[in-house]
Ligand binder design. Structure first.
Ligand code: GLN
Length: 243
């Protein structure tokens, strides 16, 4: 089996080690004998997005989002084709925001998003920036579990139809908002940097299964020894008082 990942804007959208997510997917895939490849794509480069099993985009500050958004919008049709063909999506922070209707920064400048989803993001004042460790309860593909990450965003994302998780500690989509991210059958979009997957192997495996589904249908994954990863996550859950 093979799994092809497209990492969009690897040179501009990679905050707080988002890159680590691709490394975890590679290692966890290869331990199961899956041939995982990661291609990158930045402004102006041509890729056929629907060829990929997983579309990954990390976070970026307002400046980087401003640099890439026109290029992203120019690929809207291709991204839609990929969605229709069953590609899975993992979108972090700035990437998450740009799949909604728009992003408005603190100075009131607005950039259009792809508009695939009805949520939109407007920046708060500096006193309401959402920063720090965050813990969620997530139900993903029938599996309920706790996860940890790190958030740092001024953007307040509203009108989210189906959040990724319920906030146990931290902020989420809005300041003290109670819910975090967006999820549907194909898309996981979240403010959780950290990076997300090293401390949350369950999320990593669900993402791998979603990506494999495009070509292979439902695939069972061999269990791995996640003692280290689970301990790292549990230490943070404990520190946040939610273990
Ligand atoms: N610039 C966006 C915000 O502050 C996204 C930041 C990020 O990707 N961490 O809301």
């Amino acid at each position: 089996m093979e799994l092809k990942i497209l990492w969009m804007y690897h040179d501009l959208m990679d905050l707080y080690g988002d890159k680590g997510n691709t490394q975890v997917l590679k290692v966890r895939g290869r331990k199961r004998g899956i041939d995982v490849t990661v291609d990158t794509c930045t402004i102006g480069e041509e890729r056929n997005i629907a060829d990929y099993d997983l579309f990954f985009m990390g976070g970026g500050a307002d400046n980087e989002q401003g640099l890439i958004y026109k290029d992203l919008l120019s690929r809207r049709e291709q991204i839609e084709e990929a969605m229709k063909s069953g590609t899975a999506f993992l979108l972090i922070c700035g990437g998450y925001q740009l799949f909604g209707r728009y992003y408005r920064d603190q100075d009131g400048n607005t950039i259009d998003g792809l508009g695939f989803f009805d949520y939109y993001t407007e920046s708060s004042d500096r006193d309401h920036r959402c920063i720090g460790n965050i813990a969620l309860e997530i139900t993903m593909d029938g599996d309920t579990f706790r996860s940890v990450g790190f958030e740092n965003h001024g953007g307040q994302t509203k009108n989210v139809s189906s959040p990724f998780g319920k906030v146990l500690s931290g902020h989420g989509n809005t300041f003290n908002g109670g819910f975090e991210g967006y999820m549907d059958d194909q898309v996981v979009a979240t403010y959780m940097h950290g990076p997300l997957l090293p401390k949350n192997p369950k999320i990593a495996d669900h993402i791998i299964q979603r990506a494999l589904k495009k070509r292979y249908g439902s695939v069972e994954l061999k269990a791995l020894d996640d003692t280290l990863e689970n301990n790292a996550r549990d230490i943070m859950l404990k520190r946040l008082g939610v273990l």
